[in-house]
Design a protein around this ligand. Structure first.
Ligand code: NAD
Length: 386
């Protein structure tokens, strides 16, 4: 993508705006430093007289809630805030019911706004709550993790997990605005930053080889205090996601490309019990490496591509094989069974995202389950031997 390979010196503008063109559900993603203290003004200017109920988690609240509340209060927009426990377990029916009731107790009306202020967990849960509250109220995403800024806050997928699998209950409900303040990432734990980076790399790997090449050269700047590099990585990712969502809002086709690495990744997450043994982005990192290795093994992709992908992700500090998961003793049939629980199953066939090269992912249902099982047996054996 030419805009990415341009010199960073050309990227000094503070804030950039990525439009998501979805007709009557269109909205902007604003990206840049210090947007949080501007949130009240941005909401007031763009979204009228609505009042805001903020939903956040305890980690984000500790670092940033006071800034957001002050900004909303200054515009007379704050109804109140609800602080939930941090972690994947919060994306559940157990939290959803009480959250909806607390939003009603705060007096959220049909014309008001729910503000999802946190990582992907809060974005998915609060977005779902907004989608069903009073048959749907508008919501604003203020994503605070890198993963949420580049992926989960854009595209309108909301939902919760159940014992049957991740994200199996939910609605498509687009936000009316996304405000991604790059400065809030300074408090994000390093491991979470790396996990989010896996989704950034995903956009290069699935459709933009030049962006992947740029990341290979510039990832240290993205992780350092270089606002221009970080903003550029987020902007490119959001543009890529927006383009796919615009083509296929409800995932009847191309949007499945965004699941590169996710069929394997979700199975690994489920197998590790959605615990701190494996973060979502770490599962995606391993899953993308597996997708490249499987594609190479099937003769779909040039030799050496898989090694290039894992070498970059390993340099960043991400896991690249099943054996990198601590305490792991995976079983291939169990992982394949868990893949079958994933929602990307149609007529009993697994939908896989495989690759023809760096930046060339495609959707297929042609891979036999036995082939995947044999592949995983080898992966697990190699991992143990290493
Ligand atoms: P998360 O929301 O659990 O956040 C990760 C951790 O970082 C949490 O402990 C959180 O409290 C903390 N945190 C977040 N921002 C912080 C900040 N600025 N400073 C300090 N701590 C901060 O997880 P995540 O990785 O953001 O999101 C993962 C979730 O997103 C998963 O549930 C996944 O299914 C979902 N997801 C959804 C979509 C979608 O399209 N809706 C896409 C990708 C992922």
């Amino acid at each position: 993508m030419p805009s990415v390979v341009n010199s960073l010196a050309a990227t000094t503008r503070a804030t950039c705006t990525v439009p998501v063109a979805l007709g009557s559900r269109a909205y902007d993603v604003l990206i840049g430093p210090d947007l949080l203290s501007e949130a009240g003004r941005l909401i007031a200017t763009r979204l009228g007289k609505a009042k805001c109920a903020v939903v956040t988690d305890e980690n984000v609240a500790r670092h940033h809630l006071a800034t957001l509340e002050a900004s909303l209060r200054a515009e007379g927009r704050l109804r109140g805030s609800i602080v939930l426990p941090a972690g994947e377990a919060t994306k559940s029916f157990r939290e959803l019911g009480p959250l909806c009731e607390r939003l009603l107790e705060l007096g959220v009306e049909r014309g008001d706004l729910v503000v999802a202020f946190g990582g992907g967990v809060i974005g998915d849960l609060a977005g779902f709550a907004a989608g069903i509250l009073r048959r749907g109220v508008r919501f604003v995403q203020i994503p605070t993790s890198l993963l949420a800024q580049v992926d989960s806050s854009v595209g309108g997928k909301t939902g919760i997990n159940t014992p049957q699998g991740k994200n199996l209950i939910g609605v498509f409900h687009q936000p009316v605005m996304v405000i991604a303040d790059t400065n809030v990432l300074t408090t994000l734990p390093e491991r979470e930053m790396k996990a989010g980076y896996a989704e950034v790399a995903k956009y290069g790997l699935l459709g933009d080889a030049a962006f992947f090449g740029w990341l290979e050269k510039n990832w240290r700047s993205v992780f350092g205090n270089d606002t221009a590099a970080l903003t550029r990585a987020i902007e490119t990712s959001v543009k890529a996601k927006a383009a796919i969502v615009e083509r296929d809002e409800h995932e009847t086709g191309d949007r499945a490309l965004l699941n590169l690495g996710h069929t394997f990744g979700h199975a690994l997450e489920s197998w590790t019990g959605y615990s701190s043994r494996l973060l979502h982005g770490e599962g995606v990192s391993i899953g993308m490496c597996l997708a490249y290795r499987l594609s190479e093994e099937l003769g779909l992709c040039p030799k050496g591509s898989a090694a290039r992908v894992s070498s970059h992700l390993r340099a960043v500090g991400l896991p690249t094989s099943i054996g990198d998961i601590p305490g792991a003793k995976a079983s291939a049939p169990e992982l394949v069974r868990l893949m079958g629980q994933d929602k990307k199953v149609r007529d009993g066939k697994l939908t896989f995202i495989l690759v023809r090269d760096i930046g060339e992912a495609f959707i297929t249902q042609d891979v036999a389950v036995e082939r995947v099982t044999q592949f995983l047996v080898r992966e697990i054996d190699t991992s143990r031997a290493a």
